[in-house]
Design a protein around this ligand. Structure first.
Ligand SMILES: Nc1nc2c(ncn2[C@@H]2O[C@H](COP(=O)(O)OP(=O)(O)OP(=O)(O)O)[C@@H](O)[C@H]2O)c(=O)[nH]1
Ligand SMILES: [Zn+2]
Length: 360
């Protein structure tokens, strides 16, 4: 359990938005944990459990209308002052949204109102750019600014080379390498640990997120995961608080939903924007449904043979396309369009990556 005290903070922009939305009728608070039907909030009065007012519940039409961890909310109190009730929600300035496919298309917000997205992954001699790109585009989509957090640098002797290499490839994205175990490199995170700054921490299971939180809070706030063999349970190591205040006043968001982030589908269609070159070439393939794998008369393969196109670009394209097909079959056209538009922005960044740039 987390023993540190928690304080409520709103910057000036938020304060004025708050006043515009609620005036002085409600008590400002922020959600520190969400349990589905109950919430934990912090306000100037301290931390407490909260329910929803009937009015709020009635007005909430979709799952994303309900409060999530990180949300700024307006509280009312029961007549005897013992119960806090959420009566309103400030519009989210950023959100990690999980798009779950089912009979109806459901959007699930898993965390809100962060400034930065810390993308955690172990540093390795051969970093997989595809994975990094997927995380980066999800981060940009969320409204937060991505920071790549390379973990376990004690296990990778060449970590410094990897970092400088990535800095060139991922032009303009901040990259930090740490070892939570040895307490190394943590000071490099200080530019983001200023009072009121909220960081969303994402990354696959086992990359060292809990260890980082522990190292930053200097205490066992989170249980480091010992994967239980057999039943696969005991995976959620997050204690009841999902918004953690760090010494120095920054906040860290770490919710169970975010922990599954590595499994999310964050992009769908729209690859044709990212890989324009291939699409243009493909128009000259003999077969309209050419897969550019081994078909005769394939203009894409011809371009590779003549070194006009890099094989790795095609591999990357085919891989993403296989993945995109899956979600495409499950999402509706309107959503596909949205995803496509987002990709248009992302594609600009990707094109600055030498890895994805066409040879000459
Ligand atoms: N060598 C080394 N091992 C680390 C480091 N950080 C974490 N680990 C180990 O990696 C394993 C997973 O660490 P966690 O912090 O539980 O990873 P997590 O990302 O929180 O995992 P989930 O809770 O499953 O999402 C543990 O055995 C840690 O001891 C590090 O900097 N160096
Ligand atoms: Zn082809």
């Amino acid at each position: 359990m987390n023993q540190t005290s928690m304080t409520f903070y709103m910057d000036n922009r938020l304060k004025s938005e708050w006043l515009r939305t609620f005036g002085d009728t409600l008590e400002p608070a922020r959600v520190t944990a969400s349990y589905g039907r109950a919430w934990r909030v912090v306000s100037a009065k301290g931390e407490m459990q909260a329910d929803l007012t009937g009015r709020f519940r009635h007005n909430a039409l979709t799952p994303s209308d309900f409060p999530v961890t990180g949300d700024y909310v307006g509280l009312k109190f029961s007549e005897d002052q013992t119960l806090a009730l959420i009566d309103g929600l400030i519009e989210r300035r950023s959100a990690l949204i999980r798009k779950a496919a089912g009979t109806a298309f459901v959007e699930q917000v898993v965390a809100a109102n962060f400034d930065y997205v810390l993308i955690a992954m172990p540093v390795e001699a051969n970093m997989r750019l595809n994975t990094i790109e997927r995380y980066l585009s999800a981060a940009w989509d969320s409204g937060g600014v991505p920071v790549i957090l390379l973990t376990k640098r004690d296990l990778c002797p060449e970590w410094e080379t990897v970092v400088s290499d990535l800095k060139v490839r991922l032009h303009g994205v901040d990259i930090v390498a740490i070892s939570a175990l040895q307490g190394e490199g943590l000071e490099a995170l200080s530019p983001w640990l200023y009072p009121g700054c909220t960081l969303a921490l994402i990354g696959a299971s086992g990359v060292g997120k809990s260890s980082l939180v522990n190292a930053l809070t200097h205490q066992a706030t989170m249980k480091v995961n010992e994967v239980r063999s057999g039943d696969g349970k005991g995976r959620h190591t997050t204690t009841h608080r999902e918004l953690i205040q760090l010494p120095g006043g920054a906040y860290l968001l770490d919710t169970p939903g975010m922990r599954e982030f590595g499994l999310w589908r964050t992009e769908g269609s729209g690859l044709e924007n990212t890989f324009e070159e291939i699409e243009v070439l493909a128009e000259h393939c003999r077969f309209k449904d050419c897969r550019h794998i081994d078909e005769p008369g394939c203009a894409v393969l011809k371009a590779i043979a003549s070194h006009q196109l890099d094989q790795r670009v095609l591999d990357h394209y085919l891989k993403l396309q296989r993945e995109a097909k899956y979600i495409e079959s499950k999402t509706d056209p309107q959503v596909r369009n949205e995803i496509r538009n987002k990709w248009k922005t992302i594609h600009k960044q990707l094109r600055q990556d030498p890895y994805l740039t066409r040879k000459k």
